[in-house]
Ligand binder design. Sequence first.
Ligand SMILES: [Fe+2]
Ligand SMILES: [Fe+2]
Length: 326
Amino acid sequence: MTTLVYEPPVAQTSYIPVSVMTLRPDQSLGIALFLREPGARSYFLYRDKGIPLNASDLEGLQARGSTTLYAKSDEFEIYQQYLRGSLDSALADESVPVANRFSHLNEVVRDVLAESFHRGETSGAVTTCRNLAEKTVDLICRKDAVASELLGVMYHDYHTFTHSANVSFYCTILAKSLGISSRADLHRIAVGGMLHDLGKLDISDRILTKAGTLTSAERNIVKQHPRTGFLKLSRRHDLSHGQLMMVYQHHERIDGKGYPVGHVGSEIHDWGKICAVVDVYEALSSNRPYRCALGQDEVFRLMGRDAGLALDKDLIACWMQAISTT
Ligand SMILES: [Fe+2]
Ligand SMILES: [Fe+2]
């Protein structure tokens, strides 16, 4: 008689990318950092925990084009704590290039939104967004902040928290480009961008990350999210009408064929239109479960096709101009 012996599965070490731009010289992260050569599948130890990188290490990485190191997934939380703890000093350090500071802020916003959304508690999420939006506006309003450089350091995965962080940054850049100069309004718009998809938190990951075509029942569930988010937030007294319309109207179309109501152009709040333009841009230029990110030319072509139908054509033109590298 054969005896079957249970063998527990061998735990696979997984690695999570760490942007080199977020690392500051002579500060110990308390975690080991790994490198992976382009095209290689294996990781090798670059720096053991407790040994900080110095300025020449960072220059060396930059010279060889290594923009990403890796941390073991079970130590990633320590890296996130390092990012949060050093955010204020990194943002205030004038010796750090603006794009690096933005990369640091982007990491923290993604992480904090992920945690806040996961907790599912609206009040805490709004407070968190307000705090992060202030730092966002401060950075984007700097004279030396170049939109195309900032876009280059952002993540483009399909997670709702990454998308919300990006839409917030984009909304702020577009609003500023449109001539909105009031810090208070830019701050409100940045907060609205972070919250615009709050209603998606009630949708199961099975639907949100489904690789295949959604059924019509699943599509109907997804289409509820602007209304769900609006209802969650509309009882609050600390959000403006414009912010609530960013949540409620960001899937409305100029031609009235959007959702959840089918408002036409003149019925859509200007901030809802801003959110709609950058929401589409973000979705097309990010990796999705069902397709890879599209290149900027293709994104612009698709958005141009929708100009005046789904999206406000003047806002599209302003957005293209704002992020154009030439
Ligand atoms: Fe949405
Ligand atoms: Fe969205």
